[in-house]
Design a protein. Structure first.
Length: 300
């Protein structure tokens, strides 16, 4: 698969050395993408490509395994699934990923100087544990939470051992870990219905639509899966009109779905939403109002 995008002329520095990549850096919708294989080579990582599954597996020098798939939003880090707000893509038969996501998982810092079209990527050393340090003191030192430090390093207790090393770069998308109760398909479908029903609404309105879906899943009066709630008879028009199948959800809707699945709920108990300027049936008007956001009223 090949697609064409305008090649950028950004200067990239890796650990203060200018690097001439054999494949171009590309820009799409103000995001900077880089070729995975070529960039990770500079970090001592190894990449294998499975043509059948269209997945790339990266083994980093820090012992992490990262799996990404072509045209997919998900990143699997050491078995746990997280979500980017934009998918990977192919450019001239090379797999590309947003540079910020890739460098964070490679335990590096990314900085972009827009005025000079210059990108700098610097490896961040692992933290070497010294006597007397605790997970609390190390977390405070780097401005991260104890839970983030423990999750990133697969620590099940607060016990530390002198001279062991800890990863202290926390990828931004790790806050969007997929709950064990939901699948990647659930997350994508939820993002699609949010985009279809509230893509034109403020971000909070998109969150609230996702909350209504999850509130129904958790209510015994409704089906107990995201798919069954969305495709229940006479409920969500875009689902029954077949509009979701080919829909690419917006970046905001993807982020909203991620936050909802991670547990954020801004309309507790709301089971319905409607636009009072368009629909004001007795059914909706008889319900208790939880909140109004943008053009939607959320009720229970």
């Amino acid at each position: 698969m090949s697609v064409s995008f305008a090649q950028s002329h950004h200067l990239i520095k890796i650990n203060d050395q200018e690097v001439n990549l054999s494949k171009p850096i590309v820009e799409k919708e103000s995001r900077i993408y880089v070729p995975i294989r070529i960039v990770v080579d500079h970090f001592g990582a190894e990449v294998t490509w499975n043509k059948e599954t269209e997945k790339a597996t990266i083994q980093t020098s820090n012992g992490d395994q990262i799996i990404v798939k072509l045209n997919d939003l998900s990143i699997k880090l050491n078995g746990d699934v997280y979500y980017m707000d934009v998918p990977t893509m192919a450019v001239n038969d090379h797999l590309y990923i947003p540079v910020r996501h890739l460098t964070e998982f490679l335990h590096a810092n990314f900085q972009y100087d827009a005025a000079n079209n210059q990108m700098s990527v610097s490896t961040i050393p692992l933290h070497v544990i010294t006597a007397g340090e605790t997970v609390e003191s190390i977390s405070a030192q780097y401005g991260i939470t104890v839970e983030e430090l423990k999750t990133r390093n697969n620590l099940t207790t607060n016990e530390l051992f002198v001279n062991n090393k800890l990863k202290i770069v926390i990828p931004s998308i790790m806050q969007y870990k997929l709950s064990q109760y939901y699948t990647e398909e659930d997350a994508l479908l939820l993002a699609k219905i949010i985009s279809a029903e509230a893509g034109y609404e403020p971000y909070e309105g998109q969150l609230a639509v996702g909350n209504v879906i999850l509130n129904r899943v958790n209510d015994t009066r409704f089906p107990n899966t995201i798919k069954d709630v969305i495709y229940a008879p006479n409920q969500f028009g875009p689902a029954h009109r077949g509009e979701l199948e080919g829909l690419q959800p917006s970046a905001e809707s993807i982020r909203a779905a991620q936050e909802v699945l991670a547990g954020k709920n801004i309309v507790e108990g709301a089971l319905y939403f409607f636009n009072p300027a368009v629909s004001s049936t007795d059914f909706f008007l008889s319900k208790e109002v939880v909140r109004e956001i943008g053009g939607h009223r959320f009720v229970k």
